[in-house]
Design a protein around this ligand. Sequence first.
Ligand code: HMG
Length: 390
Amino acid sequence: MPISIGIHDLALATSQHSLALSDLADHYGIDPAKFSVGIGQDVMSVLAGDEDVVTMAADATARILERNGTEGIRTLLFATESGIDQSKSAGVYVHKLVGLPPTVRVVELKQACYSATAALQFAVGLIARDPSQKVLVVASDVARYDLGSSGESTQGAAAAAMLVQADPALLVVENPAGVYTEDVMDFWRPNYRSTALVDGKGSIKAYLNAIGGAWEDYLAQGGAPFEDIASICYHQPFTKMATKAHRHLATMAGGSPTPAEVAEELDETMRYNRLIGNSYTASVYVALASLLDHHEGDLTGSRIGLASYGSGSVAEFFAGVVQPGYREHLRGEEHRSMIERRTPLDHTAYEVLHKTTLPEDGREYRTARESTGPFRFAGMRDHQRLYESA
Ligand code: HMG
């Protein structure tokens, strides 16, 4: 009998600060409904000056280890497109901050918002070879666009840490997966920029096309029909995008749901993302946490679809089955209070933070203490990043 492999535990982390999109709308003198209805976002997470992808990832990973210990963990896969070094994996900093043993291999993966899904599939492969091993898959990202650009309202930040193992408590990852790759310039960030370049409208078309392609490949590989999938968690650059993608797949499957029906169907998958914004690689797993944490009925035995998209572009569609007793392993209270305890910024403070750039000439500096989280980025010395635990 094939062994069951999948997600045993899932913990999220986000930033110290937040900005209400109604404040952004006020600042630009536009109708707030453009954001709350038009793109389906209410609030976005904003990093403090002493936070980055490592501090968020370490926060989420530490909570996974607090509950599960380190036994059996042989690999940490760090997925990000907000890399902090051209050579060294951000995951090695996390490895040290959370106290993992030296007998854990660490590597970083990149393909825009998609790489956490690749990491999850690679983890499943490693565990299939040796079911006694466990893998930490950690996705952490900061979505940043230029002030005044159309992407500004779709910023955000979060990390999702997952413990992947045999006989998981939450979700067994099924075979097959459908994949789709195409070279498209819809969104990219050259090494000399701290904000992404994006063809906004083109990126929506590229997302729909790639998700459609991954869905067709999923079916061709013997995947479950649309009607056998209880709920689908989409990559959510903004939640309206998930509703567009769901209508697209529903139409391909011969349905014709109204926008209101789709919004209702996806609601539980979109609650965290509406308040966090785009978290790139973490986003589809934030959607999964949102569904599991908010669904009132029992999802045991339900097949959940995961639709992952990374600009540039790669998409993957796969499914997982929710496991008996999953509710005892959720972190709903923890996630909701993490989102609620962010400090709301006014627009002026947000703009100051956005414009603040850290020195890039190799000079030594210390960051001001701003974050109250368990880990902080303290500055640079001798070209080395300094991190501190609270
Ligand atoms: P925009 O030009 O500011 O907005 O850009 P718009 O004018 O297209 O309006 C957006 C929607 O709001 C429209 O609805 C309007 O009708 C509606 P739609 O036609 O799309 O259904 N609207 C209103 N609704 C109610 N009341 C109003 C109102 N006014 C307008 N008063 C855009 C929007 C998403 C293009 C921009 O924010 C952007 O460029 N974002 C960044 C790119 C992005 O997120 N792309 C998504 C697909 S690519 C992806 O997911 C990958 C990514 O995560 C990166 C990665 O992989 O690493 C981005």
